[in-house]
Each structure stands twice: as C-alpha cells, then as structure tokens.
Design a protein around this ligand. Structure first.
Ligand code: G6P
Ligand code: MN
Length: 442
C-alpha cells in the first residue's frame, strides 16, 4: 500500500494539511496515511478526525497513527516532517530565557532559534537516516521542521543527495495577504524571494494576467510601496503586518516579516518583555481548545473543521508541494535548498530560500536578481551564525554553539552568548544528548 507519513502527526496543524491533501483525493486512492508522534493522545485524536474527514470527502484512504518510528517510515513514499522536540513547553523556554538577558526570545530567531536547532537537527537526521534504510527507494522528504533554515543546512551537509525540500509558509502567506488587498487570486502573483529562511527580500512582485486573459505581466511592488507610505509611522512595528509595512516604507522592498525582529529589536524587545505570557504559553491553551474541537468533530456524522491552528497558506503549501510531486505536474514554489549560485550575494553550497520549479525530476531554481549589499549584509551575518550553529548541533559542540550565538545580530556580546548557551543547554538537557553524552551524530 502506498504510504504518506507525517512526523509530528499529532500536531494541531495536521487536520488542515489532511484536508488540503484531500483536494485531490483521487491521487491517494488506496493510500495509507500514517501519523507518527511521540505522544499518543493527540495522535489518536487527529487520526480519528483524519479518518472522519477522509470518509466525509469520499476518499479511499486509511488513516492510522503509531508511536513506532520503524512502523511509521517503513515503505513510505512521502515523509512530511513537522516534529517539535520538547513541544510548546520547551518552546516557551526558548522564548523566556533570552528576555532575562535583554535579548528577544523567539521560536526561530535569535538565541531561541539557535537553541531550537540543537533539538530539531538530531531528530531530523535520525528520521532521514532511518528513511534512507526503510522508506521506499526514491521517497521524498518534505520538511516543515523549524528552525527551517538550520535544519536545511544540516541536511545538506549530511545527506546532500536526499530528495529533500524544506518549506516555510511565510512568503506564500505574505503573497496571500497582498492578493487579498489587490483583490486578485494569490496564484496570479509571483514573488522573487531570495534570502534564507525568515530573512530575505522581494524586489519584484509580478501580477500575471488572469487565466484566459490577454495582457501583460506587471510588477505591483511600486503600488504596494506607495500604499505603504500612507501608514503612519506612529504604529509600532511589533506585529507581523505593521512590521512588514514599516520595512517596506523604509527599505522600498518587500521583506520576510521576521526581519522586523532585527531592524526593530528595541521596540520588539520591550513589547515582548511587557507581555504576561509568551506566544508558546498562549498556544498551550489554544491547542487544548483545538483538540477538544477535533475530538468532537471526529465523532459527528458530518465532521467540519471550524477552528484552525494556522493560516490557510500553511496547510496549502505543504499539500501543494506533495500533490505536485505525486501527480507528476510542475509548479513553482519558494523552497529551501542548496544555493548553487542562484542566490547571488549569499554563499554557494549552503541553504537558502528561493523560488524553484518543482516537478517529478526534482527542483530547479528560478533566476532571481542579486540581493543588494544593504540587504545581504545582515542576511549573511544571520546565516553565518546559522551555519556554525548547525554544525554545533550536529557535533554537540558547546564552544561552537557559543561562537554561533555571539555572531547572531541580536546577541550583544560573547559574554552574554556564553551565558545564554549555558542556560539554554541546561534547560533543554533531556533533548540534547549530543551535548551531554559525549555521543555525536556528525
Ligand atoms: C509561521 C512561520 C513558522 C512559525 C509559525 C509560528 O507559520 O513561517 O515558521 O513556526 O508562523 O506560528 P505560531 O502560531 O506557532 O506562533
Ligand atoms: Mn517559517
């Protein structure tokens, strides 16, 4: 039986991903979807909801869950990996600890992101290693695992030939927002994103004519730029939307929204340090409500998803990539893979994020204009820290981790870097055998 395995299958994100896959349910006739997780209760709930949604869609798919890695990966044709080692509880530590040192605490950016990589990278390495042994030959490994850039960097280093694509929904999310604003179909927009994960810029945003229409492709970024000028600068750039608008105003380019953490670090730091709960602490309650909803819907004769963990672009992106690969079609996505010179201004041979045509024969980068020096200076610094940190995570090398931490633009000094690394390693100790056991996965 053909098999698609979702690692972290019990995640609250999974039901929407399954629904998006069901858009082309005929491609999965006779398939087995396996939800693999380390926690039984959420996996059980999501699998039963998944089967209910499948039945409601009239699809011929079996949905099960397992806590056994070998059972999960054995014979898989697709692995969609979205594990979060340590769950929200450990994400909250990555968000809280840096604040005590006067530094932004965030899941994928700054010290929290570097720390998350120490947990995620060995898990993804192990999944790939096992998949190479027991999954179906030629399997595809699609990864949503955060921090996506460092995970991609580690994979390229250890498994350069794996059929691997890393994803982030940020560019397609921004694209969807802009499409809504322009009142056009998101698929008519094409973004020339280039950078790394959660740090990159777009200087051309093309609007293609509607299908069947004559007409020219036009760049709508100048229009967005002139709109951005009307937003008063009094609005704090702390949130995603206003942070993005402020960056457009000041730089004239469309940013990855996460760049606001670097350019507006002071105001964002004071905002975060005033909040009573961190994002992960808030989400712990939110996901409880989601699972209650999922369980209720699974038991109903006509299940419907009325509550969602993420934006539509999240489930849509992962599903579209898998559906494209499975159907033998070709489509353009912004992916993360090796920069083979296609992202001018960033180092060759390392992970980057860029548009690519994805099809049965793999991915092919689409040419993009070079980053300007003003854009790439910061991205290179972020990336240098990430490259060192990916290696530190693979080897369990504490002094390399400190060096990486000190290089990150949000960290003020080597002394602070050292304290952050010591405290974060200790806080996540149970998930970091490579740093504590003397064992190494490199
Ligand atoms: C976006 C980013 C992801 C990130 C998520 C956080 O989707 O692209 O990388 O994990 O936001 O959202 P959350 O709701 O967990 O704060
Ligand atoms: Mn992302």
């Amino acid at each position: 039986m053909n098999k698609l395995t979702i690692v972290g299958g019990g995640s609250a994100y999974t039901p929407d991903i399954l629904l998006s896959l069901l858009r082309e349910k005929d491609l999965f006739a006779g398939w087995h979807w396996v939800l693999y997780d380390v926690a039984e209760e959420p996996a059980r709930i999501v699998a039963s909801l998944g089967q209910a949604l499948v039945n409601e869609a009239g699809a011929e798919v079996k949905v099960t869950y397992t806590l056994d890695k070998h059972e999960a990966l054995d014979g898989a044709r697709f692995v969609l990996a979205q594990p979060r080692p340590g769950g929200l509880r450990h994400r909250a530590l990555d968000e809280r600890i840096p604040l005590r040192y006067g530094v932004i605490g965030q899941e994928t950016v700054g010290p929290g992101g570097l720390s998350f990589a120490w947990r995620s990278i060995p898990v993804v390495m192990d999944l790939l290693e096992t998949s190479l042994q027991i999954a179906e030959p030629g399997f595809w490994f699609v990864s949503y695992t955060n921090p996506a850039g460092m995970v991609c960097e580690a994979v390229l280093k250890k498994y350069p030939n794996a059929r691997f694509i890393a994803l982030c929904d940020e560019p397609s999310g921004v694209q969807r927002e802009i499409a809504r604003f322009l009142r056009v179909e998101p698929s008519r927009l094409e973004m020339e994103y280039r950078g790394v994960n959660h740090a990159g810029w777009v200087d051309h945003l093309y609007l293609k004519p509607a299908p069947g229409d004559e007409g020219e492709v036009k760049d709508v970024l100048p229009k967005i730029r002139s709109w951005a000028r009307w937003i008063p600068s009094l609005v704090a750039p702390t949130g995603e939307t206003f942070g993005t608008i402020r960056l457009i105003k000041e730089h004239g380019s469309l940013p990855d929204p996460y760049l606001r953490y670097y350019y507006y670090r002071d105001v964002i730091f004071s905002h975060l340090s005033r909040l009573k709960v961190t994002r992960a602490e808030y989400l712990m309650h939110r996901v409880e409500e989601l699972y209650t909803h999922y369980e209720r819907e699974a038991a109903r004769p006509r299940p419907r998803l009325r509550m969602h963990r993420g934006h539509a672009s999240h489930s849509d992106l992962a599903a579209s990539v898998i559906l494209t690969l499975l159907s033998g079609r070709r489509a353009r996505f912004i992916i993360q893979q090796r920069n083979e010179g296609n992202v001018p201004g960033l180092p060759h041979g390392h992970a980057a994020q860029f548009p690519a045509d994805v099809g049965p024969d793999g991915w092919h980068p689409v040419p993009v204009p070079p980053l300007t020096e003003r854009q790439s200076a910061l991205i290179r610094r972020i990336q240098d820290a990430e490259i060192l940190n990916a290696e530190a995570a693979l080897k369990g090398d504490r002094s390399l981790a400190i060096e990486a931490m000190a290089l990150n633009p949000l960290v003020p000094s080597k002394a602070v870097a050292q304290k952050l690394v010591d405290e974060l390693l200790e806080a996540h100790r149970e998930f970091l055998p490579q740093f504590f056991d003397g064992s190494s996965s490199s």
